[in-house]
Design a protein around this ligand. Structure first.
Ligand code: AMP
Ligand code: ZN
Length: 496
């Protein structure tokens, strides 16, 4: 990679509404905070799109030579129904439904989320903090905000004073909302609430009798407000001011505008230099969302067990499909588009496999490999433009196919460059998998190999060579393959 590519990256900053040259706060080290999932149910494919987009951003920054501290939290308390300050906590509500402890819900769905992220071959974040693991830090933030004069206590809860904050600051500037408009459009307080104004938001909520998740605090037993965890945890691990803060578009308001307000109340600083927001994955033209029952789970796509699509699609294909749209564009998922992505991806993989077979003698005249490589970086440097990058990969594919068909030759240096660049973009940056797991030929060979070992084991048992037969059984077990001798014929089960 040419070293100056990391000086020409442009990122669309949601705060300015413009593409800006990326100039990191520290030369080599980048701090990136992405709002993670609320772990109260299985992450749907829409959630995955957001985290896959940030995986691409993380991967590309690493590829450019930056050292990235990537913090992505798990929300395990404080996110109430309807993203509001009243209502039940999403985690404890689910705990009651499933008759489990809230922390069992958190564990169950965190594991599911991690498994899904692994199947999509995303890199884990550097730190994955939880809200419940940072109650002390959140209490500390609240005390400081009260001291700064922008929060007040009422009936054992603490609220952020939006009106007071807005006198000197600009509340809502990320989403572009104006406080006066919000006030004109909101209903007046109904008397049940402790808030001075409907726009105020909770930093700490008193736990009512029925509330099962609570901690001691200077204001009594309660729990933190949803927006506070990200402020407390980003501050702890990335400092008062860091490079990138991201999340889905729907988090701009209130979540991110509230985060900005909290950070400005705490340290007079908007916490992030670049705010990045990913657009929504839609299904049948509507936002993919659990609350309107319009969603598909990743495993339902991988297994083909769903009502939407006619066949199964591998994580590689689904991920490639997502990258065929820019992360800031809405993307609608459909059977036809997945089939087209599968075909396209197969063509690219075939092209990659053809490169070693190309004859290599001289330099081709009609395709400049250097400028092709340059273009690939230019596309990524243009706010991570994956559809344009993929178009470049297809351009190169036509070239490969032409060389293959015609009597043109390719010299050995260009051949190696072509291959390594192709691999870098497909595997290191887009994070696709070299040997897709849906490769049926490989699956078939694996099961035949296991069958062969079972046969050898049975033979050794017949020959009373129990040492060998036990060793085969134990070694297979270590690989996560459990043999079952109950039936006449031994069967096996994959247990990990
Ligand atoms: P949640 O667990 O609801 O807090 O959501 C986790 C992340 O997924 C957030 O960044 C959301 O903005 C994002 N998200 C939710 N629905 C979609 C969707 N349909 N498409 C893309 N991202 C989404
Ligand atoms: Zn957040």
């Amino acid at each position: 990679m040419k070293s100056d590519f990391n000086k020409n990256l442009k990122i669309y900053n949601s705060l300015s509404g413009k593409k800006e040259l990326f100039v990191p706060i520290n030369k080599k080290k980048i701090g990136m905070y992405v709002c993670g999932p609320t772990v109260y149910n299985n992450a749907h494919l829409g959630n995955c799109r957001t985290f896959i987009s940030f995986d691409l951003i993380n991967r590309y920054l690493i590829h450019l030579g930056f050292k990235v501290r990537y913090v992505r939290n798990l929300t395990d308390v404080g996110h109430l129904e309807n993203d509001d300050d009243d209502g039940e906590d999403k985690i404890s509500k689910k705990a009651k439904v499933e008759k489990l402890e809230p922390m069992e819900i958190v564990q169950k769905y965190s594991i599911d989320f991690h498994k899904v992220m692994e199947r999509f071959n995303t890199l884990p974040p550097s730190i994955e903090p939880t809200a419940t693991g940072h109650i002390i830090e959140q209490i500390d933030c609240i005390e400081q905000i009260i001291k700064s004069g922008y929060a007040y206590e009422k009936n054992d809860s603490v609220y952020f004073d939006v009106l007071k904050f807005n006198k000197k600051n600009n509340y809502g500037r990320l989403s572009g909302r104006k406080l006066e408009n919000m006030m004109n459009n909101s209903r007046s307080l109904d008397g049940i609430t402790d808030k001075k104004n409907p726009q105020d938001f909770a930093l700490w909520k008193k736990a009512e009798e029925s509330h099962i998740m609570f901690w001691n605090s200077p204001w009594g037993k309660g729990f933190p407000g949803w927006h506070l965890e990200c402020t407390a945890m980003s501050k702890k691990y990335l400092g008062d001011y860091f490079d990138i803060h991201g999340g889905g578009m729907d988090l701009k308001f209130p979540h991110h505008d509230c985060e900005i307000a909290q950070s400005e109340a705490l340290s007079n600083k908007n916490p992030a230099k670049y705010w990045m927001h990913t657009n929504m994955l839609t299904l049948n033209g509507k936002k993919m969302s659990k609350s309107i029952d319009n969603f598909i789970l990743p495993n339902e796509i991988f297994s083909g067990n769903n009502k939407f699509f006619e066949k199964q699609f591998s994580p590689n294909v689904v991920k490639f499909f997502m990258y065929q749209a820019h992360y800031r564009s809405v993307l609608d998922i459909s059977n036809d588009s997945l089939i087209a992505s599968e075909k396209g991806l197969n063509k690219l993989f075939n092209g990659l496999n053809l490169i070693p077979e190309l004859d290599c003698n001289e330099k081709p005249s009609d395709f400049d490999i250097e400028s092709w490589i340059n273009n690939c970086y230019l596309k990524m440097n243009d706010d991570f433009n994956t559809p344009m990058l993929i178009a470049e990969l297809f351009d190169c594919l036509s070239f490969i196919n032409n060389v293959k068909k015609s009597s043109k030759n390719l010299n050995i240096i260009d051949k190696e460059k072509l291959k390594s660049t192709f691999k870098i973009f497909l595997f290191d940056i887009l994070g696709l998998v070299d040997k897709p797991e849906s490769n049926n030929t490989e699956n078939k060979i694996s099961s035949e190999l296991i069958g062969l070992l079972i046969k050898l084991r049975n033979q050794s048992r017949e020959n009373k060579d129990f040492k060998l037969s036990d060793q085969i059984r134990d070694d297979l077990m270590n690989l996560g393959i459990q043999l079952n001798d109950d039936k006449k014929e031994s069967s096996y089960k994959i247990i990990k």
